[in-house]
Design a protein around this ligand. Structure first.
Ligand code: T4K
Length: 379
């Protein structure tokens, strides 16, 4: 074993993809020329078409961020009363339900995919349930057929939080084609981003029009406001950045795939460490590289690995620890009791997202893997 040397600079869990500055300058010049800064300008329309094609979805509505997009989906699809969701996610998911006046009902996840378990979802359906808000966590697809069957049997709306799943396909079908709608986040930390931004995708033009109205205050025309909307519009600067970032995504993906392959090769055979991966029929978004550390078999806990990597200047993240059910605002809900969520509770103590972004050099990946082996040896 070679001596372990700490990185001189922090290695973050991710870094944003930055397009060539000159390309962005050219787009900014177009915006200056048009003097059109927001409200469905030309850059916005171009990005909308490009995202629709990339995601292989029929309809796209762009938003100023993913959280507002999710709120708009919950509102437009009239999800009220109780909405069944996962505790193994970012706070934005249950918050979108709560902000709409509905109650999140937390459901346990599948031990392999860490996404909602359809059989457990079905057991939580009551007369008050109006929908399911499922998350393709880390870009790993939910059991879309199983969830759709539950939704159909009980007449529920089905919305996906696909914040991590930009470009993911299942048997070639865009992940945004499932359910009634899907939300994508274009935050700076995502594979594809517009600094802040997001989108809703859906199959029906009428649903997309409902999203478009809601994100523009509910305005129908200069004389009429049809409903209580919000300002969820993506502006021209965000859209211009997004267009140039999207052009760089194929190369970013190529680099990320090489990094993922290297991690897999170098971490293979470590007792107590498993890599979370998509099934063979799924094209990955390469959003996160996630390992699970079984403390007993590995020799020390995930938290110990996290702390020791931090001492080496590797800033891995424990996404999504703690579970949303452990937040002060949700922990008193009946569905938040840890005893009802054994799979999620066990998994959240094991997961660790290692650095993954296109400009991460392969020798740095090797060094991180050496660190993990060293941590185990010292344990
Ligand atoms: N649903 C799910 C399942 C989500 O994961 C998210 C967002 C949403 C909904 C909501 O979508 P948005 O409304 O955000 O569009 C980050 C992101 O802020 C958040 O968008 C994302 N999920 C979440 C998983 O990650 P933090 O609090 O971990 O971000 P932060 O600031 O600690 O950044 C992480 C690392 O990224 C930093 O250590 C360094 C690097 N970084 C970050 C930024 C912002 C950079 O290198 N440059 C940057 O500009 O939440």
């Amino acid at each position: 074993m070679t001596a372990i040397k700490k990185f001189d600079e922090p290695i973050y869990v991710t870094r944003p993809l930055l397009p060539p500055l000159e390309a962005l300058h050219r787009r900014l010049a177009e915006i200056w020329q048009a003097r059109w800064l927001t409200n469905a300008g030309d850059q916005h329309e171009q990005l909308g078409r490009a995202v629709r094609d990339y995601l292989r979805v029929p309809e796209v509505s762009l938003f100023n961020n993913g959280t507002i997009a999710l709120l708009a989906a919950v509102r437009a699809l009239d999800m009220h009363g109780e909405v069944i969701t996962t505790p193994f996610t970012f706070p934005a998911t249950p918050h979108a339900i709560s902000w709409s006046g509905a109650t999140p009902v937390f459901c346990d996840v599948d031990p392999q995919t860490l996404t909602l378990d359809p059989a457990k979802v079905e057991r939580l359906v009551t007369a008050r349930t109006s929908g399911i808000l499922a998350v393709h966590v880390y870009g790993i697809p939910c059991d879309v057929a199983g969830l759709q069957a539950v939704a159909d049997r009980h007449g529920l709306k089905l919305v996906y939080d696909a914040a991590h799943a930009f470009g993911t396909t299942i048997d070639g079908a865009g992940i945004g084609t499932f359910g009634d709608a899907s939300m994508f986040s274009f935050h700076a930390t995502k594979l594809f981003h517009s600094a802040e931004g997001g989108a809703l995708t859906c199959g029906r033009a009428a649903t997309r029009e409902a999203f478009d109205h809601l994100k523009n205050f509910g305005i129908l025309n200069q004389e009429e406001v049809g409903e209580v909307g919000i300002n969820g519009k993506m502006n021209e600067l965000q859209a211009a950045l997004g267009i140039e970032v999207l052009a760089c995504v194929p190369e970013e993906l190529r680099c990320r795939r090489a990094i993922v392959a290297r991690y897999r090769e170098r971490l293979a055979g470590i007792a107590g460490l498993t890599v979370i991966a998509e099934p063979a029929n799924v094209e990955s978004s390469c959003q996160y590289f996630v390992v699970r550390i079984d403390a007993g078999a590995f020799g020390c806990s995930r938290d110990a690995v996290f702390e020791q990597l931090k001492a080496y200047n590797v800033l891995a993240r424990k996404y999504f620890h703690p579970l949303c059910t452990q937040y002060a605002c949700y922990r008193d809900l009946p569905s938040a009791a840890p005893g009802l969520l054994p799979v999620a509770t066990a998994a959240v103590a094991q997961v660790l997202c290692l650095p993954l972004y296109g400009t991460l050099p392969l020798p740095a990946v090797d060094a991180i893997c050496d660190m993990i082996r060293h941590i185990q040896e010292q344990a």
